[in-house]
Design a protein around this ligand. Structure first.
Ligand SMILES: Nc1ncnc2c1ncn2[C@@H]1O[C@H](COP(=O)(O)OP(=O)(O)O)[C@@H](O)[C@H]1O
Ligand SMILES: [Mg+2]
Length: 353
């Protein structure tokens, strides 16, 4: 059982603020993700939880108890490091069992737990090999197994599957999700891949330069990003964000190509955001609903198609199901459901409607 929290934690390296005034609470049994670009402070947050770093300000709490002065060993948190840190002279089996041997766990217990994690992570057939004879994906699973074999209060994983190829990554993240649910343990997970973060997390925190910009479930953040930074970070293709002006009876953007006749539009909106899947693209016919735009390029991706459009001086991207009959240079009618439009004010903060 472990609830892990930061209260106004700041960690600096010289002039660099690696983590700035961060506060969050990860609930017991939660799969919690930190997501942000490189150098946004993700690994530093994990090292602060693990106890490899001490905050300059603020407090780290485990189950409500301040642990700033508690050693890593006493915190009872298991970490999978970004570089895996497997022992090269040991077999996979010895690597996985090492934390248990070190803690003098009984041999029969070790065998039982090893068999359990080996089955969960499909590594039974490679346990006799040293890391040098394993593929990148196998090494990654061995490193995860070494953390799982312990019985810690919480697991921390620093981008644990980034070295895998795309297909294996998709498989492994599903397994991780299942394993976390079965274990019923707190898991704090770091990734720089937005799709991975959204797919695994119960809740996630979005980081920018060491600052937490939003915390919520993937669906909450996707549906209501708190600012344009978060809006652009989640979703692929990314949200269209366009300068907007107040017009008669609503708001216009993209030189009038998008018009939202909606009295509920917040008056202070300086830009609007529309997700590619919320843009409706129809063949242009006289009297069509929507405003004209020109197709710049079409990317058929099988199950869906990305259409890049020029509307006024703005370039927009729309996501369409299947393989619509739309060609480059065609004129199309563009519209969007006003209820799906996001509004942002000066400085990029989202406006309530
Ligand atoms: N040991 C360190 N010494 C100096 N600067 C560091 C150290 N660790 C991290 N930083 C700096 O702190 C910031 C956050 O780094 P990090 O937590 O590793 O980010 P991420 O894991 O998101 O890539 C970066 O600017 C990085 O250069
Ligand atoms: Mg890192």
């Amino acid at each position: 059982m472990a609830e892990i929290a930061f209260r106004n934690v700041t960690k600096r390296y010289g002039q660099t603020v690696a983590v700035g005034d961060a506060s969050f609470t990860v609930d017991d049994n939660e799969f919690f993700c930190f997501f942000g670009p490189p150098l946004s402070g993700k690994s530093t947050i994990l090292r602060l939880i693990l106890g490899l770093e001490t905050p300059d300000q603020g407090e780290v709490l485990i189950d409500g108890r301040p642990v700033n002065a508690v050693s890593p060993a006493e915190r009872n948190v298991a970490m999978v490091f970004q570089n895996l840190a497997l022992f090269p002279h040991m077999t996979a089996r010895e690597n996985v069992c090492f934390p248990l041997v070190e803690r003098r766990v009984a041999a029969a217990d070790i065998e039982r737990r090893l068999a359990d994690v080996a089955a969960k992570l499909h590594i039974g057939h490679i346990l006799h090999k040293p890391p040098a004879q394993l593929s990148g994906g196998e090494r990654q699973r061995v490193a995860i197994a070494r953390a799982l074999v312990r019985d810690p209060a919480a697991y921390l994983m620093d981008d644990p599957i980034s070295a895998l190829d795309a297909r294996l990554r998709e498989e492994t993240r599903v397994e991780l999700k299942r394993i976390q649910r079965e274990l019923g343990k707190t898991l704090i997970y770091v990734t720089h891949d937005q799709e991975e973060a959204m797919s695994v997390a119960d809740r996630m925190a979005i980081l920018e330069g060491g600052r937490i910009r939003q915390i919520g479930t993937p669906a909450e953040i996707y549906d209501a990003p708190a600012n344009t930074y978060v809006a652009r970070l989640l979703g692929s293709p990314m949200m269209n964000i366009l300068d907007s002006q107040r017009g008669s009876g609503g708001v216009v953007a993209a030189d009038g190509a998008i018009r939202i006749a909606d009295q509920a539009v917040p008056g202070e909106a300086t830009s609007i955001g529309v997700r590619p899947e919320d843009l409706k693209v129809m063949p242009w016919v006289e009297g069509a609903e929507g405003t004209p735009a020109r197709v710049y390029e079409v990317e058929p991706l099988g199950g869906y198609t990305v259409v890049t459009l020029d509307a006024g001086a703005s370039r927009l991207r729309a996501l369409m199901r299947g393989q619509p009959d739309i060609r480059t240079e065609a004129q199309v009618a563009l519209s969007c459901d006003p209820r799906r439009v996001h509004y942002f004010g000066q400085g990029g903060g989202a406006l309530a409607r």
